[in-house]
Design a binder for this molecule. Structure first.
Ligand code: AMP
Length: 402
């Protein structure tokens, strides 16, 4: 039997097919630019002999229903799945579970409506995720389907950590609070770190740093998230590719009054034109590191600001946790940029955090690299995240309880 994981975005569909009992991945696909004149369709799969092969096409894909039909065709063509009866379950990534969902859940009556009610909190993501769920239910009505929420891992944050110091009525009437995102990744890498350290998660204080195009930090105490840097939306916290992260909210009133910028323009600026891109015109950390290395001042500044913000969060979360046992770097930047790891931990010796430059530049054994120096009190790990595998694992756990 197999588990299919679907991640439906506004114009894309990512999917991965896993085989039980070990959840071995046998196919990974991406359909992009859904709705455009031509969409790109890509599948990488393992054939019967275990060798990796790929199928790539450009063809019109009008909407998500058609994308799911094309996904089925590709899986059949590759020989990785011949019909939906092979599926033990389908796991869906859902971005916002609000306060309604603290854990993954089977999609039964009422769940779609509950996710729909959360659309105001995630207007770009939840509708796309729901489309994926609806279309999958039409194609495979007899297969159990599970929603796995990006926010669920952070629902353990205590009230004093998730509330903003705003009139309390805004929380009561509009649910304005910190939700946090990347929860599937933070939960997964924390578990992997505990396994690697051969210490129960219950006995560890972990700071997890998911650094990709979007970036967030989480403070995890005994496996429970007690704080995270993203907030009501994924805009708060660390500096990101194009998002500002933390700033003085009064900047917005100032700009509105001084320049006449509208709410939509401010929204676009903070989400799409800020962060690394705002500082140096580039949002890709590889390009920025290269430019900085060639002496480009703005790129160097963007890199320094990115790492300085990270360092502040490491300090804040060390305090929130009352001491840290392990820092985990993950995501495209966290897994690949030795420079970012070094700069963000530099000068933290007094907190017991010290990186060994030689280990930091080494290659991981498998999916984990340990980079602290011998005299560091804190373990510093680079852990490859795998959100799809975590969604498959959680989906399996839910359907095993049926
Ligand atoms: P993600 O959103 O997790 O796919 O991460 C994307 C980010 O990872 C981009 O900013 C990439 O530039 C960055 N990234 C990927 N590989 C490297 C690398 N070798 N060095 C620095 N940054 C990298």
């Amino acid at each position: 039997m197999k588990i299919l994981v679907l991640n439906a975005g506004s114009s894309s569909l990512k999917f991965q097919l896993f085989v039980l009992p070990d959840l071995t991945v046998i196919a990974t696909g991406l359909i992009e630019q859904i709705g455009a004149e031509y969409s790109s369709v890509h599948l990488v799969f393992s054939n019967a002999a275990g060798a990796e092969q790929s199928i790539q096409k450009r063809r019109p894909v009008a909407e998500h229903g058609q994308a799911i039909a094309i996904m089925s065709e590709l899986l059949t063509e590759s020989g990785t799945m011949t019909n939906v009866q092979e599926l033990a379950g389908i796991g869906h990534r859902v971005v916002h579970g609000g306060e309604s969902f603290h854990a993954p859940c089977l999609i039964v009556d009422g769940v779609i409506e509950a996710i729909e009610e959360l659309i105001p909190l995630a207007p770009l993501h939840n509708p796309a995720n729901l489309t994926g769920i609806r279309v999958a239910l039409e194609h495979a009505p007899a297969v159990p389907q599970v929603a796995v929420f990006d926010t669920a891992f952070h629902q353990s944050i205590p009230e004093h950590g998730y509330l903003y110091a705003l009139p309390y009525a805004l929380y009561e009437h509009h649910k304005v609070r910190r939700y946090g995102f990347h929860g599937t990744s933070h939960g997964y890498v924390a578990q992997r770190a505990a396994e690697h350290l051969e210490t129960p998660l219950a006995g560890l204080n972990i700071i997890s740093l998911h650094l990709g195009n979007g970036a967030s930090a989480a403070a995890i105490q005994g496996g429970q998230c007690i704080d995270t840097s993203m907030g009501l939306t994924p805009l708060e916290g660390l500096i990101m590719g194009t998002r500002s992260g933390d700033l003085d909210p009064a900047i917005l009133f100032f700009l509105a009054r001084e320049t006449g910028m509208t709410v939509d323009e401010l929204d676009e600026m903070l989400n799409k034109q800020s962060g690394l891109k705002g500082i140096c015109g580039e949002n890709d950390m590889r390009t920025i590191t290269e430019l900085a290395g060639r002496g480009d001042h703005q790129a160097g500044l963007a890199l320094t600001m990115f790492c300085y913000r990270l360092k502040k969060y490491i300090g804040a979360y060390s305090a929130a946790l009352g001491g840290v046992d392990c820092i985990v770097f993950t995501g495209g930047i966290g897994e690949n940029s030795a420079r970012v790891r070094m700069l963000s931990c530099q000068g933290l010796d007094r907190l017991g955090i010290r990186i060994d430059p030689r280990k930091n530049n080494g290659s991981p054994q498998g999916t984990i690299l340990e980079i602290q120096s011998a005299d560091s009190l804190v373990k510093v790990l680079v852990v490859q995240t795998d959100e799809e595998l975590e969604i498959a694992t959680q989906t399996l756990q839910v359907i095993q309880q049926l």
